[in-house]
Design a protein around this ligand. Sequence first.
Ligand SMILES: [Zn+2]
Ligand SMILES: [Zn+2]
Length: 440
Amino acid sequence: MKSNDYFGTTIDCPCGKRHVIAPDELIYSDDAVEQLPVAGRRAVGDKPLRACVLMDIRTQPVAADAVAAALEADGWEARRVVIPDPAPGRGVVCDATARDYILGRSEGTELFVPVGSGVLSDLAKWTARTHPARIVTFPTAASMNGYSSANIAPTIGGVKSLVYGDPVDAVLASPRILAEAPYEMTAAGLGDVLAKSVSSADWYLNHLLFGDYYCPRAVELIAEIEPLYLDNPQGVRDRKPQVLAGLFDALLLTGVAMTMAGTSAPASGGEHLISHALDMLSGLEDTEHDLHGRQVGVGTILTAELYRRVLAVESPALPEPKPRVDSAVWGPLTDVVAEKYAEKLPRLHQVRKHLRKGDAWDRLRAQLAGVFPPNPEAIHNCLALAAAATKARDIGCDRDRLVWALLNANEIRSRFTILDLGYLTGVLPSSADQIVRKWS
Ligand SMILES: [Zn+2]
Ligand SMILES: [Zn+2]
């Protein structure tokens, strides 16, 4: 696995930064469960061998009980913490209730071992901010890119938020368990990794417009392994071991890219905001939403299409940015969203002012088009051939709901993305409906 070339290394990068790459190790092997106690010992050093194995009712029989038993056989005190579903049939969410549940059961723990997908992994990182402990993570699905990163996506006060913790010490995964995960989860992982074409363009956009830090090496990290799944999406669908290994490796390296950047920017742009906005809408309505990566895949197609339309604009409209968010849209979430939007507003004015000058727009277009042209057809075809979600109805939405997300997602985070440039150029709001219709 390519990840092992980077894990535990330090890179003096041409970007000017010294990147210290965590986690320290990846063990990708069918005997990962058996190898976990030793990795745990390396992580805790000479501390007492006390671990909390975090699981839910789905991952308990799949791997978590076996992980706890392996730790016990190695002399650990291994507490099994089964995080309850918030309601019957609803999966665990990364929120304060679940974190407090863990905190109440982790006294004296030196090691968290989350066994599951992104929510469990995030809960371990988030809990460790309050209860410092090492983390060895055991993913049960190749479903998202956060296993190896320091960023955490908890829901705080109903808003999908971004918090930074410490990266985990080691990642241990069994190819057999990953291949047996429910297929939607693997398809979600593909959606999350494909987001890169849009998210790295958005990151570069911030570099061009605001001089924000940008590391080309972080962006190119997965270039070598991308063809494994991009050229063979059917292999993802058929769970071919080599293709799944490539996908999982790419997800981990995307996490590394975020650690190198010190932000989630290389892997999370406008396409992620669409998914987060859908999550928030579901929260407002108290309904279920689809998996993160499945929504992200759909968001990536829409934002790639938006990129194309924005770059085709000859003379941008540059309307005055909306002064504040609309309480009719956000209801009880208005205040928290308003705060994020207010943080972004100065940048919207700055870009508007900049693009009114001379040939600034043509230069920006040329710079973006020359480096990262996200291609909606290629992204769509890859997801479709892999039997992943591509359309509104695949993720339990109707078109109007997706149009809503495309139109409002820019307000929920302070990060500038193609969604904001969509408004400034005048492509949004007018083309939102067309963009969604074209792809749904
Ligand atoms: Zn760098
Ligand atoms: Zn993601």
